[in-house]
Ligand binder design. Structure first.
Ligand SMILES: [Zn+2]
Length: 181
């Protein structure tokens, strides 16, 4: 499980970067791997051009767009839902091998759809990575909580039995639970 700034760690540890697929900051640049995003037409782009990896703008609420309808982590989720206030990471770079992008969010800075839910196959291991989750109010989002639980279950077992809760956010409205409830 890789959450938010965990993908800032260990810029020079080759195996860690293969596990997380994409990361940011710590001197990451084109040598770390491509900048991976979805363009406006929904096409996956692996941009090898030079540039730093990792950036974000002011914290905002933003829509999460589900890109994969079949993967157990996102199956049954609304195809668009509004995430609570958070940092929207952009320009993440990394090896991005054996990586599947399950959901994206459009960055106001890049105008591109940045990866928000990812799975990576690392050897025999399953990795779930979300760059969401900056602050407690970001992690109190029912969408975040659901992704965290389902992603963890999937990484541990390869399956998901946890259901999408009734208070899941919609395209128009965020939904949060106070910590500990
Ligand atoms: Zn942060």
């Amino acid at each position: 499980m890789v959450i938010h700034a965990a993908d800032n760690s260990f810029p020079d540890w080759v195996a860690y970067n293969e596990m997380i697929g994409l990361g940011g900051w710590g001197g990451r640049n084109e040598k770390s791997g491509p900048y991976v995003y979805f363009d406006r037409q929904g096409k996956l782009v692996r941009d090898e051009s030079p540039g730093n990896g990792g950036n974000h703008g002011p914290q905002i609420e933003f829509p999460i767009i589900v890109r994969d309808r079949e993967h157990p982590i996102v199956q049954g989720m609304p195809l668009e839902w509004l995430h609570a206030k958070d940092e929207l990471y952009d320009k993440l770079r990394g090896p991005a091998q054996n990586m599947q992008i399950l959901a994206t969010a459009e960055s106001q800075i890049t105008g591109r759809h940045e990866p928000m839910l990812m799975t990576i196959q690392y050897g025999e291991g399953r990795v779930f990575h979300t760059p969401m989750g900056h602050a407690e109010y970001s992690q109190e989002c029912v969408g975040f909580i659901t992704c965290l639980l389902r992603g963890t279950e999937w990484a541990a077992t390869g399956k998901v039995t946890i259901e999408i809760p009734a208070d899941f956010p919609t395209a128009e409205k965020t939904s949060s639970r106070a910590a500990g409830k």
